[in-house]
Design a protein around this ligand. Structure first.
Ligand code: SF4
Length: 375
């Protein structure tokens, strides 16, 4: 049975593999970079970021040597900035301990910052042919439908069963199991069964056994082997127990303009969006008078205030609902000795011109709705 499933999957992959830049030029660094970018981000978005990042920082050494601000700028808009920070930490470890070459086993890869089970498995299988199942939401969904798995598909038990389901597909090279046909699609790279099985499953989950729409079973290589399809219940799987709703936080964001410059603030080194630059903002929805007061606390002398359209940003674990104000201000004044406001609040405020903001300072996309009105 495993041989038959493998053969069907690889035959399908040979005809339908997505042409992705990191598949055309396979190297451990390229696989690593693409897999980290692809976490929480759509393939179409990643393609442009991947090309720009690789052009600026083409290998482990250049990533290890780059200023952090450069890495954050290249990541701007992708979100989850700890991903690129951890990549850089890992690159520094790889250069100092492994001579600039990524370790070749899943076990060793797992010791590097920011590399979890999925990423270690993807790198180890695609770049080093280790039979490690790169289990993500796509594979869990395919598993849950193929087996009509009746429990929560995000449970640890589901993950173990899914690994056990896919693992045998990575261990075979018998004639007729589909592997030998794959050599045609490898673009000159040596054929790699575990890597091809993982990538075929990724593609199957992304293009056929869909997450947020009905699966396109008539295009699926496993349509005659799928239990959910046999039962006519593909839409019922995977089963997911209810998640708690995300908490909503109200905030007020200021776009403080002084001449051609815009006020930014450096966020603290810890917590949400750590160490990035932001538009000054505070908890709660302020009225115009409150916004003016807040700008004064930051050290500005407001001249004019204008309300901006409200905006919303959804993080993984929370939502920000934001009011915005444009404030034309006089210069950033010295911190008044008799001011009762929090010095820490404004000590990290600075003025940056638009070109600098576009090219140098990374500002999280949570603020894009406001910042994009001015850049
Ligand atoms: S037959 Fe349909 S539901 Fe089953 S694995 Fe294929 S696409 Fe998914």
């Amino acid at each position: 049975m495993d041989n038959i499933l493998r053969q069907k999957l690889l035959d399908w992959y040979r005809r339908n593999a997505r042409a992705l830049p990191w598949r055309a030029d396979v190297s451990p660094y390229n696989v690593w970079l693409s897999e980290i970018m692809l976490q929480q981000t759509r393939v179409e978005t990643v393609i442009g970021y991947y090309a720009r990042f690789l052009e600026a920082l083409p290998d482990v050494q250049s990533l290890a040597d780059a200023p952090e601000e450069t890495c954050l700028k290249l990541w701007e808009g992708l979100g989850y900035y700890s991903r690129v920070r951890n990549m850089q930490k890992a690159a520094r470890i790889v250069t100092s301990k492994f001579g600039g070459r990524l370790p070749e086993t899943k076990k060793e890869l797992l010791r590097l910052p920011g590399i979890g089970d999925y990423t270690a498995s993807a790198i180890a299988s695609i770049a080093f042919a280790e039979p490690a199942v790169a289990l993500d939401g796509n594979l869990l969904r395919v598993f849950a439908r193929m087996t009509a798995y009746e429990q929560d598909a995000r449970s640890n038990e589901a993950k173990e069963l899914a690994r056990a389901f896919f693992s045998p597909l990575m261990n075979g090279n018998a004639p007729g199991d589909g592997a030998e046909r794959m050599s045609e699609t490898q673009n000159g790279q040596a054929f790699n069964l575990p890597g091809s099985v993982n990538q075929a499953l990724m593609d199957l989950g992304a293009t056929v056994c869909l997450a947020n729409a009905a699966p396109v079973c008539e295009l699926c290589p496993w349509r005659d082997d799928c239990e959910a399809r046999r039962q006519g219940k593909t839409e019922q799987f995977p089963i997911k127990t209810e998640k708690k709703p995300r908490p909503v936080e109200n905030r007020t964001v200021l776009v403080i303009l002084r001449g051609e410059n815009i006020a930014l603030r450096r966020r603290p080194r810890k917590g949400l969006l750590a160490g990035l630059n932001e538009l000054p903002n505070t908890a709660g929805i302020l009225d115009e008078a409150g916004a003016v007061r807040f700008a004064k606390e930051l050290g500005f002398s407001p001249l004019r205030v204008k309300r901006l359209p409200p905006a919303k940003h959804v993080f993984t674990h929370r939502e920000w609902h934001m009011a915005g104000y444009e404030i034309r201000a006089d210069e950033l004044s010295p911190f008044p000795a008799d001011c009762a406001c929090d010095e820490g609040l404004r000590s990290s405020v600075f003025l940056a011109d638009k070109k600098e903001i576009r090219e140098r300072f990374a500002v999280p996309s949570a603020f894009s709705a406001f910042l994009s009105l001015y850049l």
